[in-house]
Design a protein. Structure first.
Lengths: 256, 181, 313
């Protein structure tokens, strides 16, 4: 049995986990039908489907904690919360500028997942360990795929390298917000329920910096984790959520 | 090089753990690593595959029955060493190429001749051969790469869309209202 | 062997149920027709990703969102199978794409219509995919190997697309009055373009006989259209939805469905570029292609720099 304070800390952590994946998947899904190469359009849609699915896995555990139906509650979380209630890091909501941007964002996130998700499989809270095990199966392909792309774009042409560098310059600092623990998160770490993001950050940094440099990219010096994972109102979440919920709001409460 | 010249890779899938491979289709890719990734994306996303192979199209010798009729292979032993050639064939009324056997040969034409000989008892309609060394397999990627997650995607499962039951329900509803009327 | 004998031998092969492979002898007209059919089919799938793709970000439930994303992805996959099949007859992917972008190549006409409502996602899935299934099921037994193989995969994936669409429409039709009205309004716009999908009447389709003899077509346009109406109208009516045709009724005497004349002038106009969305659809494809040029160049540059060798080459 979870204590009230653990339950509350876990609830908010799961929303962060779920919202990060879901909003990222949502952004990636925008490329479908507009990708640079047909085969890659198909591949990127797979990544988007997976991330959306991972978000839903975390949302189901929120349902469990709140004594709600895990089948239907995720819909409520996605379609009935206001933009300000979403707990995702800002950078997942950034609209994409070009293919380099989306691919780099996905790579940085996949690298983080490759470290964070295995750590979560050791969670003392069974639903988290199970969800993490499922996610881990899919993340192998994600990192394999996005690493190959970052390498090819970094080391391809001068234009592709320049675009990757621009993307890196845009994403690097906001990305660090992913490692900022949320309120009461230390309770969860001490209880062995979630992983300590400090060591995750260090390992992530050790993995990505040499790799990006090997791809002819210059990594900005600043890898400081900010205090907060959301830097105030993201100007992008309003329009994103409005679009996401547009149709469902035509007949609230209806089955679609 | 324009995209038009991106090499084509033939893709083969293993439909289930103990089943033979069959031809799935082809993908364009700049190199073998991307070919495998593309094949994974295009052919690995449905529960029809537990493993994938890709082979550059230019390493595959393809002969239909009609072409085999006029086929006179170079049978003289070359100076190349013998290597294993994978043999896929279409037989009878089937349209899909399935893995049949493998043969040893010093070149593709010799492999084709030997394959055809071996398959003489079958109603072989068309045959492909390629060196086993030319194939790139998902099984060699390392790490926990797995097609298992694709087996369980509810959004590709017919059961998620019970249209028949919904229509029967609609019919019952209409009949009920007719009864009430 | 003279031409006539060769053609006779070729047609005999088909009559025996044999499958023609790329290296086999085939009449030029067969090659031309197959290439036209496969490439048009491929273009239709790719262009078809766009109207439904517009609704992925707005899909009103998680189930609908993931299913729609998977469906649009499938359409990309189908286009991929078909481009590769078309390439077996000598065209390159670049040439095929260029033909689409220049307006020379045709694609399924339905996709030149706008999709202003969520209900359209359901209608396209049900109506258009049912039409596609009817057209396609005969192609799985097509005499040309690469096309038949592509179609085997496509057909198995298509039936569930139609179910997804149908389920959306059923849900709307049995939902709130607003939802039901949305479904009816959508049907009003998609009914005629879908009937046009089956092509011109048999009397105006000169190719049908030859295509039947060559194992490429087994049913005529009118037969397929009739099959479509027969299947879908009772189901629509069960849901309280009515196609926008006051003449639509089943005639006991002839055993056929009767309907108002189809406006084939509209079909001709829209097919030739004068539809509401032709420019937008092709424009989106051109933009994706042009925006992606630097990506393709980078991939090629990397590959040639690194000269990745094939295993054992």
């Amino acid at each position: 049995m979870l204590s009230a304070s653990l339950r509350s800390a876990l609830d908010s952590k799961l929303l962060r986990l779920g919202d990060d994946e879901f909003i990222l998947g949502h952004r990636n899904s925008e490329w479908t039908g507009h990708g640079p190469i047909l085969e890659e359009d198909i591949a990127f849609a797979n990544l988007a489907l997976d991330e959306l699915g991972h978000g839903i896995l975390w949302y189901r555990i929120v349902a469990l904690l709140r004594d709600e139906d895990p089948e239907s509650y995720p819909d409520q979380l996605v379609y009935q919360r206001g933009a300000a209630e979403f707990q995702n890091v800002d950078f997942v909501a950034l609209p994409h500028t070009d293919w380099a941007f989306s691919m780099l964002r996905q790579f940085l996130f996949d690298a983080y997942e490759s470290i964070h998700v295995p750590a979560l499989t050791a969670s003392r809270f069974e639903p988290i360990a199970e969800a993490a095990a499922k996610i881990k199966q899919e993340e192998f392909y994600h990192l394999y795929h996005t690493k190959a792309w970052v390498q090819r774009l970094g080391l391809g042409t001068e234009e592709s390298r320049r675009r990757m560098q621009t993307a890196l310059d845009q994403l690097w600092t906001p990305f660090q917000q992913l490692f900022a623990p949320g309120p009461e998160e230390s309770l969860l770490v001490d209880a062995g329920i979630t992983a300590d993001l400090g060591p995750v950050h260090v390992k992530w940094h050790e993995m990505v910096v040499p790799f990006l440099e090997s791809c002819a990219l210059v990594v900005p010096d600043d890898a400081v984790v900010p205090r907060l994972r959301q830097s105030g109102r993201s100007e992008h979440m309003g329009p994103l959520i409005a679009e996401l919920q547009q149709v469902s709001k035509l007949a609230p409460g209806a089955v679609w | 090089m324009t995209s038009a010249e991106w090499p084509v890779y033939q893709v083969f899938e293993r439909p289930a753990p103990e089943r033979p491979l069959r031809a799935a289709g082809s993908v364009h890719a700049v190199d073998s690593d991307m070919a495998l990734q593309n094949a994974w994306a295009v052919y690995g996303r449905r529960p029809t595959a537990v493993g994938l192979w890709v082979v550059p199209r230019d390493r595959v010798l393809m002969k239909s029955k009609e072409e085999l009729a006029g086929f006179s292979p170079r049978l003289e032993a070359g100076t190349d060493r013998e290597q294993t050639y994978c043999v896929f064939r279409r037989s009878g009324a089937k349209v899909v190429y399935e893995q049949a056997t493998s043969v040893l040969a010093t070149n593709a034409e010799q492999a084709m001749a030997r394959a055809v000989e071996q398959l003489a008892g079958e109603d072989c309609q068309a045959c492909w051969v390629f060196p086993a060394a030319a194939l790139i397999s998902s099984e060699g990627v390392g790490g926990e790469c797995s097609f298992a997650p694709q087996q369980h995607k509810w959004f590709r499962d017919h059961k998620s869309f019970p249209v028949g039951a919904l229509l029967r329900d609609a019919r019952a509803h209409v009949e009920e209202s007719d009864d009430d009327a | 062997m003279d031409q006539q004998t060769r053609v006779a031998a070729f047609e005999a092969r088909i009559a025996r149920g044999e499958t023609i492979e790329p290296g086999d002898w085939m009449p030029d007209e067969y090659r031309r027709q197959l290439l036209r059919m496969m490439s048009q089919h491929a273009h239709s799938e790719i262009v078809g990703m766009l109207p439904e793709g517009e609704w992925i970000t707005r899909a009103p439930s998680l189930k609908r969102k993931l299913v729609l994303l998977a469906k649009v992805q499938d359409e990309g996959g189908h286009g991929q199978y078909l481009y590769d099949a078309a390439e077996s007859l000598g065209a390159t992917r670049e040439e095929l794409i260029a033909a689409l972008h220049s307006g020379r190549a045709k694609y399924a006409n339905v996709f030149n219509y706008p999709v202003p409502s969520w209900a359209d996602v359901g209608m396209i899935g049900w109506l258009v995919d049912l039409a596609a299934i009817l057209n396609q099921s005969m192609l799985a037994k097509c005499s040309y190997g690469p096309y038949a193989r592509a179609m085997l995969r496509i057909c198995s994936e298509e039936t569930f697309h139609k179910k997804q669409g149908q389920e959306i429409v059923i849900t709307l039709a049995r939902g709130t009055p607003e939802q039901k009205a949305m479904a009816q309004e959508s049907l009003n716009r998609w009914w005629w373009p879908t009937l046009m999908q089956f092509g011109y009447p048999d009397s105006e389709s000169p190719h049908t006989a030859t295509l039947k003899r060559w194992g490429v077509k087994t049913k005529s346009n009118d037969e397929l259209r009739e099959t479509f109406i027969r299947e879908i109208v009772p189901e629509l009516r069960l849901l309280g939805l009515e196609p926008p045709d006051p003449e639509l009724r089943f005639d006991e005497a002839s055993g056929r469905w009767l309907h108002s004349p189809i406006d084939f002038d509209e079909l001709k106009r829209v097919v030739n570029g004068d539809g509401p969305c032709n420019a937008a659809r092709i424009g989106a494809r051109i933009k994706a292609h042009e925006d992606g040029a630097w990506v393709r160049e980078a991939m090629l540059a990397y590959s040639s720099k690194h000269e990745l060798s094939e295993a054992g080459a």
